[in-house]
Design a protein around this ligand. Sequence first.
Ligand code: HEC
Ligand code: HEC
Ligand code: HEC
Ligand code: HEC
Ligand code: HEC
Ligand code: HEC
Ligand code: HEC
Length: 372
Amino acid sequence: MQKMTKLILPYGLCIVFICCIGPSPVRAIENSECLECHSDKSLTKESTDNILQSAITVNLYVDEEIFNRSVHNINGITCVDCHSDIEELNFDEEVPHKANLESVHCARCHEEEGEAFKNSVHMEILKKGITMTCYACHGYHDVMQMDTALLAERENNYCLKCHNPYQFHEWLPARESHFAFVECVVCHASAPPQIHLTFIDLVTNKLSKGEEIIKILGIEYDKFMALIDSNKDNIINQDEFDSLILLLRQKNIHASFHAELVADLKPEAHQVKRGAAEKSCEKCHMADSSYFNAVFILITREDGAVDRHEVEREVLESYNLSHFYMMAGTRVKLLDKIGFLLIAGGVAVVLLHFGIRIITIPARRKNDPGKG
Ligand code: HEC
Ligand code: HEC
Ligand code: HEC
Ligand code: HEC
Ligand code: HEC
Ligand code: HEC
Ligand code: HEC
């Protein structure tokens, strides 16, 4: 949420600047003016398909309802912020703007993502004459706030449009589990991983991202932590988590939490490279794997803003989670054993390393007096 308010401000100021002080005081074009025509489902245009070189009909209808729920609309980005080559509308013409508009450059506003994307296998395919746009993955009028998107929403919308993961990964056991609980880019890119917990009603088997749980508890969004975090340290520990489950049970809801291993929303998520994916099981299947350090319960408000509540990783061992008790838990004994052997091996190497370093301290001091 903080991130959003920070961004609204500069854009807001920018608009104020253009309106009040800018050299040519152009009136900002309202979305509703565009939608006068573009909310018409029958509005189309004849064009030629670039690849097939044949005539096609392009639909120019924009679904206002979907656009209104998009992250861009919520953050005050208007039609002409993206379609920025429309500076005014001339209603004397049938087409009140240039008939052929320039394509929208997402990276104009998302510079860091644009840079990170350059460094990926999906940019390399330019050499083969294929351009991959940002919206091949994200879409454009329906870009949603990604924080609380479930894996099914993220991956179905992205990677699975073009790749069938079952064609690869023969070496990976329990592929259904991995594809269901681990986001592709957690293994394929270097964005820091984190665990998202989503409320699930065990009777209806329905996942809920906010509203529902807040309604059941009968509180305001702002009161969630005050209610759950009894020791006021701003992090939900095992006891507090269990009492949340109890509170829900008192309201006749048999609740659990669904856990997913996803990438943090960082530009690095775009750096998918060939042959660089995570393959070592122990990176995740080890008692103190760093992949499970950051755990959050995410709650979406009605206006689309997201509250992130930090949770202690011990909660992952709770029986009140569907799946994910695999860490230090007892249920995946075999994996724990693999994990133990790997830790034992790792510790030995570390001890050896430090042993050598300690032994050689005097020698190193002599060689490098400045650094000690
Ligand atoms: C008076 C009706 C009208 C209004 C108002 C209008 N448009 Fe259009 N728009 C059209 C028509 C008609 C076309 C199809 C042009 C053609 O046939 O080449 C079109 C085409 C487009 C295209 C496709 C251009 C391309 O290169 O393929 C975009 C994008 C677009 N409009 C965006 C907007 C935006 C943004 C606004 C508001 C700032 C807007 N339009 C306002 C009628 C309108
Ligand atoms: C986040 C940026 C963004 C915003 C905001 C946005 N558009 Fe678009 N729009 C795009 C992109 C990207 C395309 C794909 C074609 C392109 O790049 O020119 C597109 C395509 C279109 C088209 C062509 C038909 C289609 O769906 O491909 C129309 C018409 C259009 N936009 C109208 C609008 C109107 C009206 C609004 C405001 C209600 C709007 N756009 C807001 C990015 C945006
Ligand atoms: C005029 C500036 C502008 C343009 C152009 C623009 N965006 Fe955005 N975009 C924003 C702002 C502002 C936000 C909300 C703040 C944030 O989360 O970064 C946002 C948010 C997003 C998010 C959600 C990030 C999150 O935290 O959940 C995605 C994904 C995104 N944009 C993709 C795109 C794509 C794809 C395009 C091109 C079709 C595009 N943007 C064009 C300004 C822009
Ligand atoms: C190959 C698919 C793909 C393409 C192409 C792509 N993205 Fe992303 N984008 C992702 C994934 C995956 C994430 C990470 C979110 C997640 O963990 O689900 C992401 C996250 C984002 C975010 C939110 C995270 C952040 O850094 O704030 C923005 C904004 C964004 N992308 C913009 C862009 C822009 C701009 C482009 C074009 C230069 C682009 N994306 C191209 C897949 C893609
Ligand atoms: C719009 C289609 C499209 C989407 C969406 C897409 N990719 Fe790709 N991907 C490609 C193409 C095309 C290549 C290049 C294949 C080649 O060079 O033979 C590629 C290459 C790759 C490669 C290298 C594999 C190889 O065969 O060399 C990996 C790994 C990969 N993508 C992962 C992902 C991930 C992870 C996502 C989701 C974040 C994703 N892709 C989304 C089209 C896509
Ligand atoms: C547990 C980690 C992991 C997960 C999860 C995962 N991958 Fe992979 N994937 C790999 C590894 C390791 C390879 C072998 C090639 C490499 O090292 O990049 C690979 C290979 C691929 C390839 C072929 C690349 C090549 O060079 O042959 C594609 C395409 C791909 N993955 C896409 C996906 C998609 C899409 C998803 C999500 C549904 C996904 N992967 C989930 C680890 C993973
Ligand atoms: C990026 C982290 C990651 C990597 C790398 C990884 N896994 Fe997993 N694995 C997971 C997650 C998360 C689950 C789902 C946990 C659950 O179902 O509770 C899982 C599930 C499993 C399961 C099924 C457990 C069950 O109870 O359903 C097995 C077996 C497994 N992994 C073995 C492996 C092996 C063997 C490797 C190496 C070839 C590997 N994993 C690599 C994260 C990872």
